[in-house]
Design a binder for this molecule. Sequence first.
Ligand code: DAH
Length: 383
Amino acid sequence: MGLFFSVKYGNENSIFPGRAAGSQRRQGICGILMQEDMEMSDRLANIRQEILDGIKERANSRAEAFELRKQFLDSKTGKIGQLMKEMKSIAPEERAGFGKSVNELKEWAQQRFMELDEKMKERELQRRYESERIDVTMPARNVETGNLHPVTQIRNQLMDIFVGMGFEVAQTREIENDYYNFEALNIPKDHPARDMQDTFYLSPEFLLATQTSAAQIHTMEKKKPPIKIVAAPGKVFRSDDDATHSPMFHQMEGLVVDRKITLCDLKGMLELFVKKIFGEDTTTRLRPSYFPFTEPSVEVDVSCFSCGGKGCKLCKGTGWIELLGAGIVNKKVLENCGIDSEQYSGLAFGIGLDRTAMLKYGINNVKLLFESDLRVLRQIDDN
Ligand code: DAH
C-alpha cells in the first residue's frame, strides 16, 4: 500500500512521497509514521517558505543573493545540504523517498536562486545605467590648447629662415668634453675666457656645455667644406643668474666654411635674418669684439625695432640693441679640425634664443620664460 499526501508550498503544489510501500514499520505503527512523515514534509515546506521569504525580503543585490543561496545550498553548511547529511540516519527503506523529496527541494531551490541571480544582475545593470547616465545636452568642458614655448617658437622661426638660405641643421649636446667645449675652440686650460663660462663639471673631462660653439668642431670633424649649418636645440649652462641671465639658456650656432668667405657674407646673411625676425626696417651694425675662436670677432647690433633708432628704454637711448656674437673662424680652429686654412675660410655666429625671444616679445625678465606661468606663455603665439 503506497502512502502519498500532498503538501502545499506557497503557490506551488508538490507531492511529498512518503516511505516506500510495504515498509515493515509502517504496517504496524501507521499512526506514528504518518506523524514522522508530516514532520519531514513540514520541515521541507518550511525551508521552501524560508527561501521564498528570503528572496522577497533579504536579497537586494547579487552579493546578498549569493549569501542567501549559500545558507540553503552550500553543500556543507546549507540547510538543504544538512538534510542530505541526515540521509545516513534514515531507515534504509525510507531513504529513497526522503532522498527524492530533498532532491526535489534542492532542484527547486537551485531554480529559484538562478532566477534570483538573473533578476539581481538585471537590477544591478539598471542601477549602473542610471548612475552612468550621460547628459548629452550638458555644455562641453573647455579643452584648452597650449602653444609652443616662446623659445621654441623663436628657434623654429630661425631654423626656417636659415634652412631657407640653404643651411643644414646639426645637433648640439648638453654634455660636452673639455676639448670640444674649450680646447679645440682655441680656449686652452689657462685662458681667461673660461672665467665667463664657468659651469658644472661632471668630471675633470666632462662638463655641461657652456656654448653651442662646440657644434662647430663636431661638424668640421665629420664634414669637409662646403659647410653650412645651424645647430640646435642649443641648451647651454653657465654660472649666471640675474634678470637677463639664467643658469640654463639657449643658443643657436651657425657655421659656414667655404672658399672666400668674408665678413660681407656674414653681414648680408644676418641683415636678412633680422629683417625677418624684427621687421623690414631693421638694420644691423658690426662692432669689434673678441672671441678666441674667431678672428676678427664682431658683436652684431640691430637697430632698435621699438623706437626705430631714435632712442628709447629698450635700447637704453642708444638706438641699437646688442644681438649676437660672430666672426671669421680662427685659422687655428680650422686647422684643429683638419681643414686647410689657406684654401678655406669660415664665418660663425651664436645667437641667444632666450634673449631674442625677450627682445621680440617684450619680456623683461628671463625667469618668466621658465616659470611655466600660463598667463605669460599664452600671450605669445607666433606660429
Ligand atoms: N659662443 C659664444 C658665447 O657663447 C657666442 C659666439 C660668438 C658664437 C662668436 C660664435 C661666434 O660662433 O663666432 O658667448
